[in-house]
Design a protein around this ligand. Structure first.
Ligand code: PRP
Ligand code: URA
Length: 207
């Protein structure tokens, strides 16, 4: 599986703000939004373009646009904090939604919402979720997408644990990962360390 770690001083600065326990909900959401812009920019670096002819105020000009804008799929709740910025970067993109809450005892994904187009053949899909911990939530999402014929899936995450990366690799699904950092690992309750805590709670408050 391709894994792109977005290593840039501005990305590192926003990630540090997100990791800092002193950062409040509003500051966390702002840093996540900024970082999402950088992740989406990098995730689309090799996206195919098509030529389009437009007129500048001076003369005709052949420019380009994305050949196939990706479907954006935020995983609720935490992925909600990425979708507005991702959509601002790719305004022509369509958006699907998946809702999953991890069971706090077992860390197993408990799905509660699925709103996706029927057929994803030929469509790149960007799954937006800041945290890839055990990988259970991402794998569940990828399985929903593959069942709809998706073959070009990008997981766009902020922090991943090596365990989650390994789970995606082992699954053999057609997926690449774009992430700001791969951390040390998981603790005894499957939180990423050093991580940033609960990405949903840090944006929206406790459930
Ligand atoms: C978090 C996160 C991922 C998941 C990662 O969501 O946003 O979806 O946990 O963990 P995993 O890789 O072990 O599955 P959570 O279930 O806490 O729900 P929330 O977004 O509503 O807070
Ligand atoms: N979900 C989170 O929000 N944070 C973690 O560290 C692991 C799962």
């Amino acid at each position: 599986m391709d894994c792109l770690i977005v290593d840039h001083p501005l990305a590192a600065a926003r990630l540090t703000t997100m990791r800092d326990e002193k950062t409040g909900n509003a500051g966390f959401r702002a840093a996540l939004s900024d970082l999402t812009q950088m992740l989406i920019y990098e995730a689309l670096a090799d996206a195919p373009s098509v030529e389009v002819t437009i007129n500048t105020p001076m003369r005709a000009h052949t420019g380009s646009r994305l050949a196939t804008p990706p479907l954006l799929v935020p995983v609720l709740r935490a992925g909600l904090g990425m979708v507005e910025q991702a959509h601002a970067m790719v305004p022509e993109a369509h958006v699907g939604f998946v809702g999953i809450a991890r069971d706090e005892e077992t860390a197993q994904p408990v799905p509660y919402l699925e709103s996706l187009p029927e057929d994803l053949s030929g469509l790149p899909v960007f799954v937006l979720d800041p945290m890839l911990a055990t990988g259970g939530s991402m794998l569940h999402t990828i399985e929903l997408l593959v069942a709809r014929n998706a073959t070009d899936i990008t997981a766009v995450c902020v922090v991943a644990a090596p365990e989650g990366v390994a789970a995606l690799e082992k699954s053999g699904h057609p997926c690449r990962l774009v992430v700001a950092a791969v951390d040390e690992g998981l603790d005894e309750v499957n939180y990423i360390v050093p991580g940033l805590g609960d990405a949903g709670d840090r944006q929206f408050g406790p459930r």
